[in-house]
Structures are given as C-alpha cells and as structure tokens.
Design a protein around this ligand. Sequence first.
Ligand code: OOG
Ligand code: MG
Length: 256
Amino acid sequence: MHSLAALAEFVDTAAKMATEIPQLTDTMELGIDDAYAVQAMSVARRLARGERRVGMKMGLTSRAKMAQVGVSEVIWGRLTDAMRVEEGGVIRMGAYVHPRVEPEIAFLMKAPLAGEVSNAEALAAVAAVAPALEIIDSRYKNFKFALADVIADNSSSSGFVLGNWAKPDTAFGNLGIILEADGRPVQVGSSAAILGHPIRSLVAAARMVARAGERLEPGDIVLAGGATAAHPLAAGMAVRATFQTLGSVGFSVAAA
Ligand code: OOG
Ligand code: MG
C-alpha cells in the first residue's frame, strides 16, 4: 500500500512539474482525513523548499463550482507566497497542466480566527477585503476527481491575484461580478453565490482549519471560493474580473 507521505510526494511532484496524474481513488480507498493529511504533507514539502505559508483558500462554496466539478462538499487548501501573481502580471501556460480562472473575494486577517465563530466575529477579525482571481489547476487527468482526490491535491491551488484592498465595512455580500477573457464576458455572477454571503466562507474556514489543529493568523489571506464556474485559460489570453464597487483584477497568459 502507499504511505500518505508517498502520496504527498506524488501530488507535490505533479504540481511542481505540471504533469497530469491519475486519480488516487482509481486505485485505492482514501478517507477525507487522510486526504487532508496528504495535503498538509505535500504543502510541507513546498515549505521545505523555501516557500512561505500565506493563508488558505476555500473551495466549492458556490453551486456553480460544485456543479462544474461534480463534488458538493466545501473544501479548503493552503496558499504559499509562490502562488501569488501580481495584479496585471503574466503567467506562463507551460507552468500548469490545464489551468482555469475563477473570480473570488479575498479577506486579509487582522486577528487570529479558529473554531466555531459567528458571522460578526469573523468580520471583526478582517482587516480588508479585495477582489481576487484564483488560478486553479487540478493535476488530475481531464480535471476529473473525487472529493478525496481534490483535497489531497491541495484543492487545485496553483495561483491567485489580488486587486486593491477595501475596508471591511464595504458591503461585499451581493456584488455583481463580470469575468472577461480578451474583453468578452465569459462568466457573470454575484458574490452572494458564495454561500449566500462570502463572510460565511470565512466562518467555514475558521471551523475547517481548527479541525486540522491550525488557526488563521493576522496577515493571512483567505480566498472565499469561486463565485462562478471557472473559465479555461489559454496562451495569449488576457483575463480581467470587475467587481461592483471593489474594482477589478486581472492578468495575462503567455505561451510556454
Ligand atoms: C477545486 C477547487 C475549488 C473554488 O473556488 O471553488 C475552488 C476545483 O474546482 O478544481 O477553488
Ligand atoms: Mg477557487
């Protein structure tokens, strides 16, 4: 049988080399707690290579996202500094297997948060909110996975872009969002698609990290999850998402 450490090396290497792999659950039983353990060990390998932990991302917090990948549980993953793409920056298609982009809301934490908290307690721990894009790249063939697979693969984390930070008293519960590729709208939605209000995603984040014996720290970034289905990236594409009142965030994609 495969050890969890061997699975962590397998998914970490796939992410590092941008190579596709078969689903783990094709050939083994993998429980959810073990899948999170694989994720933690694979991210620990990144940290051992010098990357720095900068926060976490929530996933499958909207119906559009659940429907797109056929998994209906809220999941989370870990973010490192190496995943950060500057606003207006350029990514290389060759660094990914089959990347997609999705519009999200980002939180910047000013106080620790973990465990069972109310919406008001979660909001009180937030320093700022920003429009964000997440670049997801499942390492699994055809972007197809079961719940345990995607968790082990760090919930498809591969990049994120942040727009300008706004004060947390800015209303962000129901903002119109337009995602454009090369100037054409490809997804239209609302931040309300994220669990009815993105703050609920932060409440869930606090609960989920506590289960792993961790907490959100001051300075951490938390991505609330895609508000719309994700859009496939292609070489040469320019991507921009505009969020009602929060402004816009974008990047472009170079070949190779
Ligand atoms: C899983 C990651 C989901 C989100 O925002 O819902 C996610 C995937 O879709 O590959 O990041
Ligand atoms: Mg996401």
